[in-house]
Design a protein around this ligand. Sequence first.
Ligand SMILES: Nc1ncnc2c1ncn2[C@@H]1O[C@H](COP(=O)(O)OP(=O)(O)OP(=O)(O)O)[C@@H](O)[C@H]1O
Length: 298
Amino acid sequence: MQTTLALSQITKTFGAVRALDAVSLHLAPGERLALLGHNGAGKSTMMKIILGLIDADGGEVQVMGAAPGSAAARRATAYLPENVAFHPALTGLEQIGHYLRLRGEPASKAPALLDRVGLGHAGKRRIGTYSKGMRQRVGLAQALIGRPGLLVLDEPTSGLDPVSRRDFYALLDGLAADGASILLSSHALTEVEARTDRIVILSRGVVVAEGRLEDLRTRAALPVTVQVIPPEGGMAALAEALPGGRPMGAGLRFEVAQAGKLPLLSRIAGLGALVADIEVEPPSLEDIYSHFSRRDGQ
Ligand SMILES: Nc1ncnc2c1ncn2[C@@H]1O[C@H](COP(=O)(O)OP(=O)(O)OP(=O)(O)O)[C@@H](O)[C@H]1O
């Protein structure tokens, strides 16, 4: 398999703290991977090792086949820190022009980069006047310089409103479609559910779960929630015909194992006019996340 990023048995300790313990991870071109984990799980430590900012104590890391921090790896990698900071007195164009020159590219590419992140209209304004979402976009424009093969994004959407988040992920989709690999950390579970290909859950420095969301869902074997709503005034009749549910809002709530879902649905279908509506909710990423984290003693 072609690999953009390969971590093999990485270990890192800070004094008595084992921040990473035999962590292995591979990322293919065009793949979007979400790194999830509680505060202090080891996400930033992993990113710093990938970027070559700190060394691992043991194990092996390869970024595009090169050692992290080497010139080849740095050329191929872009990084967006969680709290991105720019000089407030510079305009967007000046800031990106500066980064372009640092990368050995002409500043004349700045307008196209700002256009790409939806900031073309604000390039001549000082960054001090930008909203948080706009500053995050400047960060992404900076990360796009030189068409990186690997993007490392530390909580890229924290503090962004829902529309800015959607736009941000749409941009990432485009980059991934062009072949860039994306490693992003996040605490916003529901948004990574829809926008990434694979999930890695880190807990106390250990990978406790890894895979496509569907695989994790199957492995966790968590119950499905079925909400049955009676017509107005029909709650008592529904509860009598369908015992075992918990009253919740305007209906009755059932939690059943995957295998019990279809039998329950067919019973409900036989109730005719006693049922006005029905909602089936699979376990959320939050449920799956706490299931795997708890298994690690959290
Ligand atoms: N330079 C350091 N010196 C000592 N301990 C450190 C250092 N850097 C990280 N740690 C410890 O290593 C562990 C992992 O920290 P890390 O910052 O990687 O977690 P994280 O998953 O990024 O957390 P968060 O979601 O809060 O950003 C924590 O216990 C942290 O206190």
